[in-house]
Design a binder for this molecule. Sequence first.
Ligand code: MN3
Length: 207
Amino acid sequence: MAKYELPKVPYSYDSLEPHIDARTMEIHHTKHHQAYTDGLNNALANLSPELQNMELSKLLSDLNQVPENVRGAVNFHGGGYENHALFWNNMKPSGGGKPGGSLEEAINSVFGNFDGFKEKFVKDTIAIQGSGWGWLTYNQQTKKVEFTTMPNQTSPRTKGLIPLMGLDVWEHAYYLKYQNRRADYVNAWWNVINWDEVDARLSKIKA
Ligand code: MN3
């Protein structure tokens, strides 16, 4: 029996227009995210019951516990499964603006101010070579938020970082509307960020 099912997108596919188009959302969710979901279930079928029953976040945090012949598949499909579930919830119709509360303080303490954070995030995410994600994460060692980029679907958890907010810059995330113009997509995305959700994730970790 398949353990994981395709998570729902909590708004309609057309409701992030014009920043992200409905067709891209539909294909991204029903085809790409579905493929990671199926791939994760297939990979889990090769694992021991103990690993099958482990929370995905724990599995991704220590991939050395996964047998070598399945590790790559768990990294790719498990990461893809969780990254996209986060991604849909990191966005909302009529989002954008700036974060408030403890998230704003956490960002300011590391990046100086919101504009400094945004500049770093935008520049380094645009510059990712090939497919990958830009991430705002939380580092439990330093107790600070951290920006990082990750290749392909590899989770920030593999580096000991807890994902708070991610931006998918695989071409499948933007090519229908933006073609080669990744920078336009990355800049437009700030209009649909769900800061309340990101703030809630940080609060939950710190609690
Ligand atoms: Mn994607």
